[in-house]
Design a protein around this ligand. Structure first.
Ligand code: PLP
Length: 432
């Protein structure tokens, strides 16, 4: 893995305020070696992934809660807990987040859940997926580091989120996707005017290619949101944990069902929940984290079921393309979290994904992308197999919008009837 070295330590900031808020350093997840905040992502000692370490504002939970509640209705209300300057709200940013937490009583009834069920619906973000959260943080890091081109390797949603965020913030963007994505994802990635490059290969090939670009002189001044800015990018997912807790009235649910692509989102939601407990913003109580994959790309689920600590890479083949990462970087950490919290990792096949998309639409009026079909499908399977207690309170994530993956359902949905515009014809159709 190429490790980029950066001359300066913490960049200067005109305002004099800490450019990374409460963030203190980057720290290696494996060996704990600390590095100054800079666009690096791998430990030079052991090649482990780096993540942001904080000096959290401990000691005054009431004051912190009041400050958060007085903040804007987007992720920046949590600026005191994010690696960004406190004045970030004044910057050109898409300001994602504060999406709906929908009480899903109809779906709960269908699934036999009696303890309460909520859908955290991240299709409501600016580019209709959860990726706007992670990109917003990575973009602010890129701005602070003086990087001028925003880039990524993407399974689809990330490319659109980067394109849009770069357009608004005045960055150049150049994003990379596998060549065989859904049309909705390709159009979303291209429409914001940046460069979009389709790579003849899988997502894992695209990701490898981007790592090479970073090591090449071409990549100088480039911020790959999920590669050299990955430590900052990942922190955006913590806001899902914060929002769920705040929207529940500053408390934790019993269970969370979270999709897994690289596993970053799941691990950072756990990090966010742990922080809330540490800060005294919620009462300390056990919660279970369940990971959800598509059967056609289920390396983490397979490792979980086999009792392994390592994740063996696979070649993805599933309609849930946004989750089609065959070699998930955070896979081993997902296994740790599922096991530590008493959750599980489960998978569903393409047919179950489509059924679950329709179930959520039919019961709650929420049209999810295939990744939402994966989480709702897995939730159903977890209940049917006795792995999730239906008497406990559960939050299931929908991380994307069904309009971007129409192909998944278009073959099995359509007009109930096509008729001439007469009452007689309607009667004949048997629908009156
Ligand atoms: C990227 C993505 C995820 C999760 O990605 P991680 O790499 O696991 O963080 C989940 N849902 C959708 C729709 C996505 O696009």
């Amino acid at each position: 893995m190429a490790v980029q070295t950066v001359a300066s330590t913490t960049p200067a900031d005109d305002s004099g305020e800490a450019p990374f808020g409460p963030a203190a350093a980057l720290s290696c997840r494996e060996c704990g070696t600390r590095y100054p905040l800079s666009p690096v992502f791998a430990c030079q000692e052991c090649f482990g992934p780096l993540e942001v370490a904080y000096d959290l504002p401990l000691g005054d939970p009431e004051g912190l809660r009041r400050r958060i509640e007085a903040g804007p209705a987007n992720i920046w209300r949590y600026a005191p807990l994010l690696p960004v300057p406190a004045d970030v709200t004044g910057k050109q940013n898409l300001n994602p987040g504060w999406t709906k937490l929908v009480k899903a009583d109809n779906l709960a009834r269908e699934l036999g859940i009696t303890g309460g069920l909520y859908v955290k619906d991240d299709s409501g973000n600016p580019t209709h997926s959860f990726k706007d959260r992670v990109v917003a943080i990575a973009l602010e890091a890129a701005r602070t580091f003086g990087l001028t081109t925003l880039s990524c390797s993407s399974t689809g949603n990330l490319a659109g989120a980067v394109g849009a965020a770069a357009a608004r913030a005045g960055f150049r963007s150049c994003v990379f996707i596998p060549h065989d994505l859904e049309q909705g994802k390709v159009v979303m990635a291209a429409v914001y005017g940046g460069e979009l490059v389709a790579i003849e290969g899988s997502y894992d090939d695209v990701n490898r290619f981007c790592s090479e670009l970073i090591g090449d002189p071409i990549g100088e001044g480039w911020g790959f949101v999920n590669v050299n800015l990955r430590p900052y990018y990942g922190e955006g997912s913590k806001t899902l944990a914060y929002e769920i807790a705040e929207q529940l009235g500053w408390r934790l649910p019993d269970n969370l069902v979270i999709p897994i692509a690289s596993g970053s989102q799941l691990t950072k939601i756990d990090k966010g929940l742990q922080e809330l407990i540490k800060l005294g913003l919620v009462e300390d109580k056990p919660y279970k984290i369940y990971g959800a994959q598509a059967e056609g790309c289920s390396p983490v689920s397979a490792a979980y079921k086999a009792g392994h600590d390592v994740v063996r890479p696979v070649k993805p083949d599933t309609i849930a393309k946004s989750l089609a990462i065959g070699n998930p970087a955070d896979g081993p950490y997902v296994l740790d979290i599922a096991r530590r919290t008493g959750g599980a990792v489960e998978d569903v096949d393409d047919e179950q994904i489509v059924d679950a998309i329709k179930l959520l639409a039919r019961t709650e009026g929420i049209f999810a992308e295939t990744a939402g079909g994966v989480t709702v499908g897995v939730l159903r399977k977890l209940i049917e197999t006795g792995q999730l207690d239906p008497a406990a309170e559960t939050v299931v994530l929908n991380t994307g919008d069904g309009l971007k993956t129409l192909d998944a359902v278009s073959e099995t949905t359509g007009p109930t009837a096509t008729i001439r515009p007469t009452v007689a014809a309607f009667r004949e159709a048997g629908l009156a």
